[in-house]
Ligand binder design. Sequence first.
Ligand code: ATP
Ligand code: MG
Length: 393
Amino acid sequence: MKKVLVIRYGEIALKGLNRPQFESRLIKNIRRKVFKLGPCKVSCSQSRIYLESEIERYPYDEAAKLISEVFGIVSVSVTQCVPSEYEAISNAAVELARNAYDKKGLTTFKVETKRGNKHFPMQSPEVSMNIGGDILDAIPGITVDVQNPQFTVYIEIRERSYVYLDKIPGQCGMPLGTNGKALLLISGGIDSPVAGWMMARRGVELEALHFATPPYTGEAALEKVKNLCRHLCEYIDRIQLHVVSITDPMVEFAQVCPEEETILHMRRLMMMVSERICKDRGLQSIVTGENIGQVASQTMEAIAVTDNATEMPVFRPLIGMDKNDIIAIARKIGTFETSIQAHEDCCTVFVAKHPATRPHLDRIVASEQKVDMEKMVQYALDHHDIYDIRVEA
Ligand code: ATP
Ligand code: MG
C-alpha cells in the first residue's frame, strides 16, 4: 500500500494574501529538512502539505520525525494513501487496526472520518460506522469504545483518501524566514539559546553574537557557545556565529569607571557593537535572554540603561517567564545539558560582586564620557571572527 505523509499547519493558514508566500517558504523548509533522506515530492493542496516518494523503502517515519521539528507545522501523520473508494479505504483501515491489535496489543478503538470530497457517496458518520463494522468483523477480540479508545483510526476522504492512526505533534509557530532577521546575543547560559529558539519559532531568522574576553575567557567557553548553536541548528539549519573580543574595553572600564557600574558599561557596549553588526548584515533587531529581576543587570532601571545605548529594537522573549519554565524549554530543545557545563564568561570575570541595581541613566552616560566608546566599538569590530555553524549531515 502506498504511504504518504500528511503535514498540517496552523496559524499560517490564516494569513490571507500572504498565504502562498508562507506556504512556499514552509515547503522549502520541509524539503531542506528531509533532503538527506532521498528524493521525494512535496506538494500543497487545500491547507495540507503532502510528501511522497517513489523510493520503495523511503523512511517515512524518520521523515515525519524530522518534519515535526520544522517551525510552522502543527502535526504530521504517516498515512496509507488509497483511492477514494469505500473498499480501498476499508482495507487500509482493517490493515492498520490489525497491526495495532497484533503488534501493540491494543483492543479498543474508534473510527473518525472527515470528508472533504463531497462527491464521495457516503457521509462521514456513515463511513465511520461501516468501517468500524468491517474492523470488528475482521478482528475477533477487538471492540469499539467511542469515549476512551486505545487507538483511533482516522480517515480523511479528499481527492485521494488517507488512513492513519497517529498524529505526531509539531512545534507550531511560523515558518522560519517569514518574520525578518535578528541578531541573538548568545552567552553560554541557559537563557539566551531559549530566547533564540522562541524567536526562531515565530519565523525569525537568526545570526548569533558572542562576546569574549580572551585570555580571561578561553577556547572551552567558545566551544560551548558553538555547541549551543549546533543544538539550535536542529531547528534552524544554519547559524552564522559572530565572536568579538572586548578584552581591552573591559580592562579600561575596570580601571576608569566605578566597579559597580562595570556591567552596565559592558552591556551598553554590547548593544552598540550589536547595532553595528546588525546594520552591516541587514539584521533588523537584537534578541537577548534577559528576564526581569533575575540578576542585578536585569532590573527595570538597568534594562532601561542598556536599551538607551541602541536605536535598534531589542526583543527579550523571556522577560516575564519563570526560570522553571525557561529550563523546561531548554530541556525540550536539547540545550540545557550544554548550558549548565561550567564555563568562564566575560560577565563573571569582570563584573562586581555587588553591581548597581538602580542605576541612573544620566550618571552612567556621564561616566561613559571618561572613555572613548567609538574606539571601543571599533576595537570589538577589529577583533571579529565569524563561524558558519550548520547541522551535521
Ligand atoms: P544567559 O543564561 O543567557 O547567560 P543570564 O541570565 O546569565 O542569561 P546575563 O548574563 O545578565 O543573564 O545576560 C543577559 C543576556 O545578555 C543574555 O541572555 C545574553 O542574551 C546577553 N549576554 C550576556 N553575556 C553575553 C556574552 N558574553 N555574549 C553575548 N551575549 C551575552
Ligand atoms: Mg549569563
